[in-house]
Design a protein around this ligand. Structure first.
Ligand SMILES: Nc1ncnc2c1ncn2[C@@H]1O[C@H](COP(=O)(O)OP(=O)(O)OP(=O)(O)O)[C@@H](O)[C@H]1O
Ligand SMILES: [Mg+2]
Length: 433
């Protein structure tokens, strides 16, 4: 017969084991809770659209006179309803929204409606790109930035969110594809001045657009450009905060982003503007890589390989290792950007284009410097916008058709470039260059 002690000992052990299990359970629950709270906080931080706290400036920067625009808190409490608008036709389905042409009921005014893509059913909530777009457009007021009239909600339980914007007849991408000839020099100057003045405004107000490309530049029939699509935009600061490199549509993406830079500045928008400048002159996107490696290859074969002298910070960029084998070679290609590619462009024009497409971001001009470049003061002078030709609007009829081009990047992990073979950069070039 087992003793009472033995029984109570067993019972004690069982109780201790049970307490242990309970404690363990509680500890797990606590850890789980902590993990969930940390994840929630992280998600909130990621979704945060507040500008980063302005840090103390450590050095004089070229941002003298920059200011922060007043912050508004996007709220939809007072939003009017979609029933005020009659949808006339669809214009385009982009990565983040469906855009259509619509008429405002009481006034008869024609507007553009962008329905934000909200994945109902998952717990992602309101898309961060939508919040950024609304928040940025609400504070921006510039003749060459698209005007956000209001935000309205759709009917029913889904409550889709629509941005109501001024309607513009064209986007530059669709227009260039349809034109028999590219824009003339004087038209290109007018367009570039307008784009540069809007970008100067954004940068002076610490806003990076991060997706400048021809399909995000709208043109009306009065010769006025408006920058649109602020889904990638965000505030920056000096010194720049760490940001994702997964921004800017591939063909317009600056080399420092492709090489993995996490701290970057206004220069990435200037690079995209250089690509746009070239596209206005030739109608073709200048750098058309199939993927990140292909894009870098296209950039280096057009503009040459960076050297420690031309781009000192290059070697410290995360993805630059893949290119080390090339750097020591004698085959440093020189830039192929010259007048043979742009027969109508003057010396000053080539010089401006080449400066915007400088590999080293520090070598690129600011938007203000572009505006005061001699290219815009020489003949032929910029064409007055009243004298701009008008083009038939595709957006006024049916869906805009365009050739396949890369989409704005999806949010997520930025790719690391494999140590891929970059020798294709030299294809067709004399190795003694
Ligand atoms: N205000 C407007 N007036 C006329 N057309 C517009 C307007 N806004 C946008 N569009 C058209 O809709 C297209 C898509 O709009 P937008 O770029 O804002 O959406 P998106 O989903 O963020 O696009 P993507 O990710 O493909 O760049 C534009 O390229 C343009 O053709
Ligand atoms: Mg777009």
């Amino acid at each position: 017969m087992s003793s009472r002690w033995a029984v109570s000992k067993d019972a004690d052990q069982a109780i201790t084991a049970q307490r242990k299990r309970q404690k363990e359970g509680k500890r797990r629950a606590r850890e789980q809770k902590q993990k969930e709270t940390a994840e929630q906080q992280e998600q909130q931080a990621q979704r945060s659209i507040e500008p980063p706290t302005k840090r103390r400036r450590t050095e004089a920067t070229s941002l003298e006179g920059a200011s922060l625009l007043p912050q508004t808190n996007p709220s939809f409490g007072q939003s009017r309803g979609l029933e005020l608008y009659d949808i006339l036709n669809n214009i385009e389905e982009g990565s983040y929204g469906f855009v259509s042409r619509a008429r405002e009921n009481p006034t008869g005014e024609i507007v553009a409606l962008k329905r934000l893509k909200i994945e109902h059913g998952n717990n992602e909530g309101f898309p961060v790109t939508g919040l950024r777009e609304i928040q940025t457009l609400r504070v921006c007021s510039h003749p060459h930035i698209v005007h956000l009239r209001e935000v309205v909600v759709g009917p029913g339980p889904m409550q889709d969110v629509y941005l109501v914007m001024d309607f513009l007849e064209h986007d530059l991408k669709a227009l260039l594809e349809d034109m028999d000839e590219p824009f003339s020099s004087s038209e290109t100057k007018t367009l570039m001045l307008q784009i540069s003045s809007a970008t100067e405004y954004l940068h002076k107000n610490w806003i990076l657009h991060r997706d400048l490309k021809t399909s995000n530049l709208l043109l009306n029939n009065r010769g006025e450009i408006k920058i649109a699509d602020f889904g990638m935009a965000r505030y920056t600061a000096s010194p720049p905060p760490r940001l994702t490199q997964l921004v800017v549509t591939l063909w317009y993406r600056a080399p420092e982003l492709l090489l993995g830079a996490e701290e970057y500045g206004f220069e990435i928008d200037i690079w995209s503007m250089g690509c746009i400048f070239s596209e206005l002159l030739t109608r073709e996107p200048i750098l058309q890589g199939k993927n990140e490696v292909g894009q870098l290859s296209a950039i280096f074969s057009l503009l040459g390989i960076p050297t420690p002298a031309t781009w000192p910070a290059f070697k410290s960029l995360p993805n630059s290792k893949a290119l080390y084998p090339l750097l020591g070679t004698t085959r440093n290609l020189t830039s192929q950007l010259n007048s043979s590619k742009y027969p109508d462009l003057t010396e000053a024009g080539i010089q401006l284009l080449a400066s915007m497409l400088t590999l080293n971001p520090e070598g690129r001009p600011s938007a203000s410097e572009i505006l005061s470049h001699p290219y815009f003061r020489e003949d032929p002078r910029p064409k007055p916008k009243q004298m701009f030709p008008t083009f038939p609007s595709k957006a006024g009829q049916e869906k805009r058709r365009r050739r396949a081009t890369p989409r704005a990047p999806n949010r997520g992990e930025a790719p690391r470039l494999p140590a891929e073979d970059f020798t294709s950069i030299f294809a067709g070039h004399d190795s003694k260059h």
